[in-house]
Write a protein that binds this ligand. Sequence first.
Ligand SMILES: *Cc1c(COP(=O)(O)O)cnc(C)c1O
Length: 394
Amino acid sequence: MEKLIYLDNAATTKTAPEVVEAMLPYFTEYYGNPSSVYGFAAGNKEVITRQRETIAEIIGAEANEIYFTAGGSESDNWALKATAECYENKGRHIITTKIEHHAILHTAEYLEKKGFEVTYLDVDEKGLVDLEQLRAAIRPDTILISVMFANNEIGTIQPIKEIGEIAQEHGILFHTDAVQAFCQVPINVDECHIDMLSASGHKINGPKGIGFLYIRKGVKIRSFVHGGAQERKRRAGTENVPGIVGLGTAAKRAAESMEERTKKEVELRDYFINRILTEIPYSRLNGHESKRLPNNTNFSFQFIEGESLLIMLDMKGICGSSGSACTSGSLDPSHVLLAIGLPHEIAHGSLRLTLSEETTKEDLDYTADVLKEIVEHLRKMSPLYEDFQKKQKK
Ligand SMILES: *Cc1c(COP(=O)(O)O)cnc(C)c1O
């Protein structure tokens, strides 16, 4: 295979070999159902508990506050739908933002159809929520605030602690979609007054189809999958033991390497951003310069189409994204880029490149060189660019 430069780590990551290795025995050797009584299977219960402890420790929670799910989307759905049902006697108003992942936005829309009211907070041009707007949106019947920890497209990290404090002051539950932030940014659920938190395995070099929802003790929440007594009767189904072991192993690994890894990623990220912005004219960085995920870059290049850019990058062995994986394939520009105020034509020329622990300076230099060439090439064919140049000459 030719050299592949994978810069789409916000979409998914490579499962680390040691994670796969840790999972394998739970397919072929210790395949027993954790609910069975015989020793060989019952051991799996303890294994699951250990993974719960590992994860809880990373976010400053208790092991019995971690509920395994089939990934970030399920955790987000659970947090919103179950809170809505359990607290609807208190009120039917929910606050979230315009830049959430579709797992939150589409769930919120579903709840609107069920008679709930949802306020979608604006963000500023860097993607930050305005705390005053949040305060003003709170009503006596507000039951939940759900604001993502860090955005998957533009990488902006929200003032989560301040949002948590506001929620607590008003006695409102606070959920955060931390799928992008978990093991990328230090998180403490008590310090940030987080009541519920979603995370996913495959964004942290773990397997796909496994994640968790942290639910603070005392939060009323109905079971999401009805059936057996697994996950404290709140999420039925025979446990995905290999997946849980994979998630726990990946989380431990990513938490241990977080400080060093993210320091290196921030350096490379900023080096790359600087090269792009200085060497490619009419380009801009989307998102916040510093309140930003260590591995995220997102640019807009005027006068070109993001999709053409992606295809040409692919021909050079570079994997990127024009927004979120879920937005690709539709012609609408990303809701996140529109929310930060980009006009449609500029949002269309956007590119997200997200680094991993394996990304090197050489990879980024090659990418920057290739990108420069491609943008120049596409602009030569762009009628918009031609018009623009004519106007400049006048
Ligand atoms: C990837 C992602 C999700 C969805 O997680 P899955 O495990 O793929 O279901 C939700 N929210 C954010 C912010 C994400 O980046």
